[in-house]
Each structure stands twice: as C-alpha cells, then as structure tokens.
Design a protein around this ligand. Structure first.
Ligand code: SF4
Length: 412
C-alpha cells in the first residue's frame, strides 16, 4: 500500500512538473479568426444597426403596459391580467384568457405578445434532466438556452446577444461575430418558454427520494450566447423584470441570477451601483496578461488587474461574494505557478470576497482546447485552497448535448 501511494505521488509530481515547462498557446480552430486591420482579434462592442424585434409586454414596465392598453381603449387593469397570463401562467394563447373580453383577446395578444422565439430544436439528455433549446428569432437569428434540473432548483442558462463580439478563440459563438443585441423580451421569453416546458412535464430528473423539486425556473445564469454587459440596458431591464413580483415580472430571487462577463470594466462598475443583489461572475481563465491577451481578446482593453479591481469593487459595494470562472485547459493555463499568481492577486485585494470555480473542459483529442490532466487540475485546485481561496470544481452539465459554456454555437 505504501509503495502504491508513493508511486502515485511520484507520478503526480512528474506529470505536474512536466506541465510546468510546456506552454500551449491559444488559437482559433476550425474557422478563420476574425481580425482587425492590425491583425488583432476584432472586438465588437456595439450592435450593428439592424431591424429590431417587435415590442412585447415584457419590454415594458407595468405602467407602460397600462398606457398601451389605454391607447387601445381598454382600462389599465387589463394590463395586469394580461401580464399575469404571461409571467405566471406562461401562456400567450387567447383561449386561456377567460378573464379578458373575448372579442378583444386576439387583438391584445397580437399587440402585446408577438411571437419572439420559435423553437427549432429541443435536445434532451438521456436521463432527461437537461434540455437544450435552439430558438429562431423574428429575423432568422438563432440562439440557444439550456435548462437543467438539480435537487430543489432548476437553472436556465440564457443567451443575451445573437452571436458575440468578444471573439474569444475557444468559443464557437465568438467565432460567428455579433449579429445584434437581443431585446429584453427576447431574453425573458427564454424563461417563460422554459417554464412552459417544465409545466408540461417535459423536464425529467425528478427526485425519487421524495425531496423537494422546483416547479419552474429558479436560477438564471447569463452564460449562453453573448457578453451580457455588452448589451447592458436590455439585460438589466430583463434582470429587473425577472426579480419583480408578478404581474410586473417573474418574481424570482435576484440572488439566484448570475451574470457572467469576460471583464467589461466600466459596465462592471455600473453594475455594482445598480442596487440589485445578483451574483456576479468574472470569466478570468488566466491570471497573467500575456496569456489572457490571447485567450480573452477584451483583455487588450482592460487588463487582469483592472478586471479584478472591478470585481473586488462589486463585492465592496454589494457585499456579495464574487465568482471567478477558470476553465482548466491542458498545458495552457493550468500551471501551478498560475494558481499561485491567481491566489496572490486575489489575496492582495482582501480575504473572503471571492470564490474560484475551475471548470473542467471536455477532453478533445487533437485540439489545443482540451481538458487538463486530472492530477494537474488537482494540483491547481490544491494550490488555491492552500492559499486560503475557496475553490469548487464546477459541474458542467450538458456537455453531452453541447450545451456547456463556450459550446453554444447555434447551427440548425
Ligand atoms: S466566451 Fe462568452 S464572451 Fe467570449 S466569445 Fe464566447 S460568448 Fe462571447
């Protein structure tokens, strides 16, 4: 037994030390990288000016919905009834709306509930607890969302943009560029449609031990297509409406909404001042500018220390602990010295303000974007833990249906 233990630890040391000397560089695979005139990864912060989706009641505040109904010659209280159908009963079918005048229902639905997302595909994992949706928007754009059941909660990973302008070389979405920002209602409709699917009993994975099962989406992660902070106004409207009580919104807990960014520093500062206690995650993936400049092109604009300062500021202003997302990629960013550097940078700013979530990638033979060796990942995590940084290996549900983060590239 002792010999076995020794050899295991010897091979662990060998493999880890071998890993210290190899540096795999990030590169785009499978398509041409999108570059600017200087040959650097192109960043698109602004949505191209294209036709916008029709206005939906979820784009409007309750007061604005009431005004709209008055314009249509109906009393304002009808707005509450219509909103309850959408946000609480998840229906847009006039026949379900028996509390509204029969002769006006069709017209109201047409005016305030235009179809925003048409389901193109729905893929379910074998055990039924994860569903990936592919949606077609009014202009033909394709976006995805992923629904996951866990004991006592249901999480929906939502998209916030059609494509993405951040051009991360590992991300299929980024390689397609930015088509446009999604509207507030398009973001929210992903949740309403998912709730409809849950209510129809299509999401499996129910507990057999009699424990509590959620009946609707309880948690949101903005980790689908797009950089949410690049679509700040519409995303924040959607967040406020998620947290607003029915009939204004969905009545979800703001704490259960996680917004993840690659580090748009000015928007991170603005977010801290919003006064809404959502969970904030920074997709860091490298603690040194040399590597992060290549892995996350937006790092050429705002460096690691600036992004960490803004994340720390979020904690100071909101009192909410921040998550650092770190995809462990073999011989690229998984070196023990990088774990030490990360721990040092986090501890320099204070204790107890941050939590690191290393994310295991799918093993992808032949790709530079492949999973770290298990023992190397273990050394990385242990190094952070030893430095006093709370660290948890994240669950990557949905890999089987390509629904894990960075894998969302809508293709029909
Ligand atoms: S990883 Fe996120 S921010 Fe980067 S290109 Fe993909 S969707 Fe955009």
């Amino acid at each position: 037994m002792i010999m076995e233990g020794m050899s295991a630890s010897n091979s662990l040391t060998e493999s880890s030390s071998e890993n210290q000397s190899i540096q795999v560089r990030p590169r785009v695979e499978g398509s041409e990288p999108i570059v600017n005139r200087e040959g650097r990864a192109l960043l698109q912060f602004k949505s191209p000016r294209v036709k916008q989706p029709p206005v939906h009641l979820a784009d409007l505040s309750l007061a604005e919905r009431q005004d709209k109904l008055k314009e249509l010659g109906l009393p304002g209280y009808r707005a509450k009834q219509l909103s309850t159908h959408y946000f609480q009963h998840f229906t847009t079918n006039p026949e379900d709306m028996s509390d509204l005048p029969k002769e006006r229902r069709g017209e109201l639905v047409e005016a305030l509930m235009p179809t925003l997302l048409t389901k193109v595909k729905q893929l379910t994992t074998d055990n039924g607890d994860t569903i990936k949706f592919l949606w077609r928007l009014f202009d033909g754009s394709l976006v995805e969302s992923v629904l996951m059941r866990y004991p006592g909660r249901i999480t929906l990973c939502v998209s916030s943009q059609c494509g993405c302008g951040m051009n991360c070389p590992f991300c299929a979405t980024g390689q397609a560029g930015l088509t446009r920002n999604m509207s507030t209602a398009e973001i929210l409709d992903q949740i309403v449609q998912a709730n409809r699917v849950i209510a129809a009993g299509e999401l499996g994975g129910l507990r057999r031990d009699g424990g509590h099962d959620a009946e609707r989406v309880t948690n949101i992660v903005f980790m689908g297509m797009g950089e949410p902070l690049a679509n700040y106004k519409r995303v924040m409207n959607a967040v406020h409406r998620m947290a607003a009580e029915s009939p204004e919104g969905l009545g979800m807990s703001a704490r259960n909404i996680t917004l993840s960014t690659v580090g748009l520093v000015p928007a991170m500062k603005k977010l801290a001042d919003e006064g809404i206690p959502i969970t904030f995650a920074l997709s860091l993936h490298a603690p040194d500018d040399e590597l992060r400049d290549e892995m996350i092109p937006v790092n050429s604009r705002w460096k690691v220390d600036e992004a960490l300062d803004a994340a720390y500021n979020y904690y100071v202003v909101t009192g909410r602990r921040v998550s650092i997302e770190y995809a462990l990629i073999k011989n690229m960013n998984d070196h023990a010295w990088r774990a030490e550097l990360l721990a040092k940078k986090l501890n320099q700013r204070g204790r107890g303000w941050v939590h690191v979530n290393p994310i295991p990638l799918n093993p992808t033979p032949g790709s530079v974007w492949t999973a770290s060796e298990k023992d190397v990942a273990a050394v990385f995590i242990d190094t952070l833990l030893a430095a006093g940084i709370p660290t948890t290996l994240r669950d990557t549900r949905g890999q089987e249906i390509d629904g894990a983060c960075g894998q969302l590239a809508a293709a029909d």
